[in-house]
Design a protein around this ligand. Structure first.
Ligand code: NI
Length: 182
């Protein structure tokens, strides 16, 4: 399994609209495995294919964020694959969640989203499923489906908050760069 580089904002790659997955091929299975490996190492709880530069409607989620000791985390992993996910309906109730994103590293902000969503998707074997999803999985799924449409969580914030995050990001990169150079 390969660890893939994750694209970070403001890279225009992240603004692409991803295309439907037409066929579940061995290459797609390899991509899914690589996406999980990449997500666990990051670490994160969700990753859309476009974040590793592949404009396909595919995302992976594992809400069991691995501990630093990977062997201990092995037993509690709950890998979920969503191919061509579609939100069919959402509840009127919105809930705030402090979101982060591997493409907006180390920045967090509260985003309001519907607390439940009826979602249709394909599993990695192609099986079509349709379910009402709630809780953190609903939040995470909506965040990841946004990625497939070129949307980042910071787009849901006020301009002021978004600008603040972008400034912090630039500063963090500059400081990180300085440390590496030292
Ligand atoms: Ni994200």
């Amino acid at each position: 399994m390969a660890i893939l580089p994750i694209y970070e904002t403001p890279d225009p790659v992240l603004r692409q609209i991803s295309s439907p997955v037409e066929e579940i091929t061995p290459e797609l299975q390899t991509l899914i495995d690589d996406m999980f490996a990449t997500m666990y190492v990051a670490p994160g709880i969700g990753l859309a294919a476009i974040q590793v530069g592949v404009p396909k409607r595919l995302l992976v989620i594992d809400l069991q964020e691995p501990e630093s000791d990977e062997e201990d985390a092995e037993g509690v992993k709950d890998p979920r694959v969503f191919i061509n996910p579609e939100i069919l309906e959402t509840s009127d109730v919105t809930v705030p969640y402090n979101e982060g994103c591997l493409s907006v590293p180390d920045q967090y902000a509260e985003v309001l989203r519907p607390d439940r969503a009826r979602v249709r998707w394909q599993e990695r074997d192609g099986t079509v499923r349709e379910e009402w999803i709630e809780g953190l999985l609903a939040v995470c799924l909506q965040h990841e489906i946004d990625h497939l449409n070129g949307i980042l969580f910071i787009d849901h914030l006020s301009r002021l908050k978004r600008d603040m995050i972008m400034k912090k990001l630039v500063k963090a990169r500059r400081d990180g760069g300085a440390k590496k150079a030292a």
